[in-house]
Design a binder for this molecule. Sequence first.
Ligand code: UD1
Length: 423
Amino acid sequence: MYKYVDRYIINGKNRLKGEIKIDGAKNAVLPILAATIINKSESLIHNVPGIKDVDILCGILDSLGCKCHFQNDVLIVDSSAISNVDIPEKSVREMRSSIVLMGAILTRYGQVKISYPGGCEIGPRPIDLHLMGLKKLGAKINETHGYIICECDKLKGTEIHLDYPSVGATENIMLAAVNAEGVTIIQNAAREPEILDLQDFLNKMGARITGGGSSTIKIEGVKRLNAVEHTIIPDRIVAGTIMSAAAVTGGDVVLNDVVVSHLKPIIAKFADSGCIINKYDNKVHFKANRRIKAIDIIKTLPHPGFPTDMQAQMMAAMVTAKGTSIFSETIFESRYKHAEELIKMGANIKIEGRTAIVRGVKTLTGAEVCARDLRGGAALTVAGLAAEGTTIVDNVDVHIDRGYDKLEEKLNNLGADIERGKV
Ligand code: UD1
């Protein structure tokens, strides 16, 4: 049967101007949704983005026996009656980050079964650090026929050193350790702002966690947790995507409801490219010249380095910049798929392993291109705004909608001309 997919039809060269509210962060809400499992009670969550990944995770929570009610940007999850500890294979395939449910279900139920997540669009994504952390806490792990079965009598606090500051592994260990006996210390923890948001959420529930946002996180296990109300932090990657869109169109945009400190690595690069960025308490005024300057080197690193989730959108900004930019992707192996599509639009990009050399061209030409992953899809949309004529971006619902809530409406409100169609 032929499956229809959504596409964007973009008429480029409109200058973006106006104000935009930045929604709650995808990468904060997903582990927080996993955390709702632990309290056996109600969680009231504000500023939840209307994105596909949230729908998928709510579907998984429902299948476990939780009740999710989502209206506007408020989500209520009641986890009092969980009846199932198997995470369906289809869900893990659909959303790899559902692996973060493992720690939460294990700490509540003493067992969890999940299918082994394979590679994904941006390369292989092993989970050895997740499993090592859970084992150290006392879980017995059996890997058979593509499934991981995790069991424990009682998790016990311990010291865990991560060889690499993995975001997902840090979150999984935090979730598992909340109810463990004694104290857990995570060394070389990920320092992303979303980790601190998870800590805040869990502490409001009654957990005792300190150090979130630094390399050392301390979790004192507690016996009881309670109902919780929380507001999700703004999405720094959505904010960065809007900045890229403003940068390629010589735009003048005010981004409201942001946390300026979370945006520092992104703002620093746009400032180097000649954009004028004024920072206020919770907003940023972003102005770009007609043609921005290339940036010598953009190297993706764990936070507070430049985020890998902004590499593609930054590349879309650099393809029409004056001069040559060099990208170095150190986090994921196959994260340059958008480059092939940008080349169809007239970009001059050479890929050598994990390095991309981008020689700025004066303008791009509209073409039919295909989103191959979430951020790559956002990058093609940004490039379409800079291109002469019409650009078609395919696979919008498959990839872009996973992490952006109606991106086209947001950009159109700033003066873009994007229509959503089907093919
Ligand atoms: C999270 C984000 C994703 C972002 C990434 C890096 C969510 C839902 N997703 O993904 O958007 O791009 O952080 O900022 O928050 N690794 C191992 N073994 C492990 C775990 C990870 O080798 O057990 C490697 C990965 O293959 C990758 C690197 O560590 O090369 C970073 O991965 P990680 O920080 O775990 O990213 P995710 O949590 O999957």
